[in-house]
Design a protein around this ligand. Structure first.
Ligand SMILES: *Cc1c(COP(=O)(O)O)cnc(C)c1O
Length: 378
């Protein structure tokens, strides 16, 4: 029987024998290595000791055949897309996307003559209408930002198999703790390891996990583009991963408790969290995921004035963008992650100006609830 994630994060993929017996893999601050019987080793080739231990470990965590650590989440996403799609090819992609991904597919990929159709990932009946003879891949996110939608992920996998497409997922929000996307059948699972995988808000990193043939192609593309993770950042990601399972368990628990608290608070108009029964895809999320993740969002009855007052009064969460670290963060997507959209586009996407997004950290749940209580009352 395969080991559980708690054990895998500590032991999977570690060098055997240990390098000079070192219990922790030391930082190999060396760009190149002496010739030996192995392929040329070089940081940009992603095959130095600090990178290889992560490549092996990350693959195990999601039940993927192979994995590559990358210099950022965007390197993982762009490198994977460019290794799958060639000029003239066509991509089906979910209509609510991480901003950087949206920008990449609509600008640089368009310049490369890679076609694109946005699909409603909640409406499987409509997907095949958008197929063209040059459609090569379908791309979704496991949980969308900031309204936490969960699309029909099993449906996407089956659709891709039926039509011979490469299935790709940005699994940053769910993480391998809550959803083993590669094991579930996605050909490529992409991560911003900046977020939960590292978990300490101190590096930018990414990962591409999935089928060996696609990982090898992506590795070739990244040799051209660069974007390898440097040894020191590898060391920090490796260290962060040790506590990934512990952190995720606490973040899942804190987020559902905070979501329930906020949903029943008189100042709150609406709480978005896949773990709440009134969330549109709660049943699906319960079936697909081991937990509902650490992200939630709220709209307050007092609209923008109440939102800014609440953010100002909060003492524990830091008012900052990004997510997935040990500390709780709050932000308003309208002025951060979704500031690049016009007000009309945001309105169409259902993102109100007063929406507060919360990345729940690993603090004591009672302290978080008490802090929100004081920030909302008053
Ligand atoms: C942050 C993020 C990215 C980009 O990752 P970087 O590490 O900042 O390059 C991509 N997708 C999602 C869902 C993210 O949250």
């Amino acid at each position: 029987m395969s080991q559980q994630l708690d054990t895998q994060v500590i032991h999977a993929g570690e060098d055997s024998p240990r390098i000079h017996g070192a219990v922790r893999v030391p930082i190999f601050q060396s760009a190149m290595f002496e010739h030996d019987d192995n392929p040329l080793r070089y940081i940009r080739y992603n095959n130095t000791p600090n990178q290889m231990v992560l490549n092996r470990k990350l693959a195990v965590l999601e039940g993927a055949e192979e994995a590559l650590v990358t210099g950022s989440g965007m390197t993982a996403i762009t490198g994977a897309l460019l290794s799958v799609l060639k000029p003239g090819d066509h991509l089906l992609i979910q209509d609510s996307l991480y901003g950087g991904t949206h920008s990449f597919v609509t600008t640089l990929m368009a310049d490369l003559d890679i076609g694109l159709t946005f699909i409603d990932a909640h409406a499987p009946d409509t997907w095949s209408e958008h197929l063209t003879p040059s459609t090569r891949a379908v791309y979704v996110e496991s949980i969308t930002n900031p309204l936490l939608h969960v699309c029909d992920l099993d449906g996407i996998i089956a659709f891709a198999r039926t039509h011979g497409l490469v299935s790709m997922i940005d699994n940053t929000f769910a993480t391998p703790f809550n959803y083993r996307a590669a094991e579930a059948g996605f050909d490529l699972s992409l991560h911003s390891a900046t977020k939960y995988l590292n978990g300490h808000s101190d590096i930018v990193a990414g990962a591409i996990l999935g089928r060996g043939e696609w990982i090898r192609k992506a590795g070739q593309t990244l040799k051209h583009l660069g974007g390898a993770l440097d040894p020191h950042a590898c060391f920090l990601l490796h260290r962060g991963l040790q506590t990934f399972a512990l952190r995720m368990r606490q973040q899942n628990r804190n987020a559902i408790e905070l979501a329930r608290f906020l949903a029943s608070h008189p100042a709150v108009e609406r709480t978005y969290y896949p773990g709440l029964p009134d969330h549109g895809q709660h049943t699906r999320a319960s079936r697909l995921f081991a937990g509902f993740g650490g992200m939630l969002a709220v709209e307050l009855k007092g609209k923008l004035a109440a939102a800014t007052a609440c953010i100002r009064k909060l003492k524990i969460p830091i008012y900052a963008p990004s997510l997935g670290g040990v500390e709780s963060l709050v932000t308003r997507p309208a002025i951060s992650s979704h500031a690049g959209m016009t007000p009309a586009e945001r309105a169409r996407a259902g993102i109100r100006d007063d929406l507060i997004r919360i990345s729940v950290g690993i603090e004591a749940s009672g302290d978080l609830k008490a802090d929100f209580a004081q920030a909302l009352d008053g």
